[in-house]
Design a protein around this ligand. Structure first.
Ligand code: NAD
Length: 347
């Protein structure tokens, strides 16, 4: 049975789904509903059935799956209404505004026997998949630290993303992607979360945050998102007991550096810094280091819709599972709490 997709919220991301979802075999985009009449007309001009009323949209029997791409504060009500109308439900990230809201969506989906998933599309990002593969293959040995960061330079956040009551701010916007990636890569349990949120240029929402997750195997993962960083740091830094991995950008440029056999033959020399000597931080000479390419990966975002299609047909299990979405949200809630309390939160 092909997916007949109806889109709720035909804004930036609604249009993106229209353009891209139909590249997947067995996925047709057929309709859109938006509270903004102008956006409904845009959808009609793009060849969709355009609806001004949610009720009328949900009564359209051709639609068997709904994609919700509205501001975050209305995701839950729209998801529950869609499930109650018997539609499969795909919600944009962040799925909702609280764990209670997520539970309500899951309950409605289970009661109506429909599929519910979340568009955690950054599981298919190339940079992430290179890191995941290198970590899983043990290419830098046992990993003790992962730093995942996005540094933007724009500074100002616009529209509903700049309003707390709409679910604005970077922890919900980008934090949800970066936490999801870490939990998708590291199977261990998170035992502690510490976070600090800042409003650097935008007074109502967080536009810079740092978040530390401690895993039960000792691994420490740091996520840093900044909207006003004029000299950006690399996208990923990963430290293992056999080497170091750096990914510079979303395209996945970067390398792995390891010591070679010559390492034993060189004694670190004492280096004089401006105001004192150090041996511990003396740089290793180039001859003792080997540079390796990051592993090749073949990650195609269209797998997301193909998986939803196959799950609806009973031929596959969801890749983005509701219980994974809840785990990510438990970290977000702990991060908000940690920031408020000014101390780490045990999970
Ligand atoms: P947007 O402001 O461009 O579009 C939102 C649209 O929703 C607008 O057309 C608005 O009129 C409509 N809308 C608002 N309230 C509505 C309601 N109650 N019912 C129906 N329509 C309503 O926002 P956007 O950038 O497209 O973001 C939408 C969602 O997509 C957000 O949840 C955001 O976090 C997510 N998003 C995800 C990604 C990703 O890569 N996964 C990227 C961007 C945005």
């Amino acid at each position: 049975m092909p997916i007949k997709l109806g889109i709720i919220g035909y804004g930036g991301m609604g249009m993106w789904h229209h353009k891209n979802a139909q590249k997947v075999g067995g996925v047709d985009v057929v309709a859109a509903f938006d509270i903004d009449a102008y956006q409904v007309n845009v959808a009609k001009e793009a060849g969709l059935k355009g609806y001004h009323s949610l009720d009328e949209f949900l009564k359209d029997e051709e639609i068997n799956t709904v994609l919700i791409a509205t501001p975050n504060d209305v995701h839950k009500d729209l998801a529950v209404a869609s499930a109650n109308a018997g539609k499969n439900v795909i919600v944009e990230k962040p799925v909702a505004m609280s764990m209670k809201e997520i539970d309500e969506i899951i309950e409605a989906a289970e009661k109506n026997n429909v599929v519910f998933t979340v568009h955690q599309n950054r599981r298919w990002d190339k940079d992430f998949n290179k890191v995941k593969k290198a970590v899983e293959l043990g290419m830098i040995g046992d990993v003790y630290t992962i730093e995942s960061r996005v540094h933007g330079a724009g500074g100002l956040i616009y529209g509903w993303r700049n309003k707390k009551e709409c679910g604005g701010g970077m922890l919900l916007d980008w934090g949800v992607h970066l936490i999801d990636q870490i939990l998708y890569m590291i199977p261990n349990k998170v035992v502690r979360v510490y976070a600090e949120l800042f409003s650097v240029l935008n007074k109502d929402v967080d536009d810079y945050f740092k978040l530390l997750m401690k895993f039960d195997n000792g691994l420490s993962a740091q996520i840093e998102v900044g909207t006003f960083c004029l000299k950006p740091l690399p996208r990923w830094f990963v430290g293992g007991n056999k080497g170091t991995l750096v990914v510079d950008d979303f395209e996945g440029h970067g390398e792995i550096v390891k010591l070679n056999k010559l390492a034993d033959k060189f004694d670190a020399e004492i280096v004089e810094t401006t105001a004192g000597p150090t041996r511990t931080f003396a740089p290793r000479p180039e001859e003792v280091k080997d540079h390796f390419e990051l592993p090749d990966v073949n990650s195609e975002w269209i797998e997301f819709y193909a998986n939803v299609r196959d799950t609806i047909e009973g031929k596959a299990e969801l890749i983005v599972k509701p219980d994974e979405v809840k785990k990510v949200y438990s970290i977000i809630e702990a991060a908000f709490k940690s920031n408020q309390l000014g101390k780490a939160v045990e999970l």
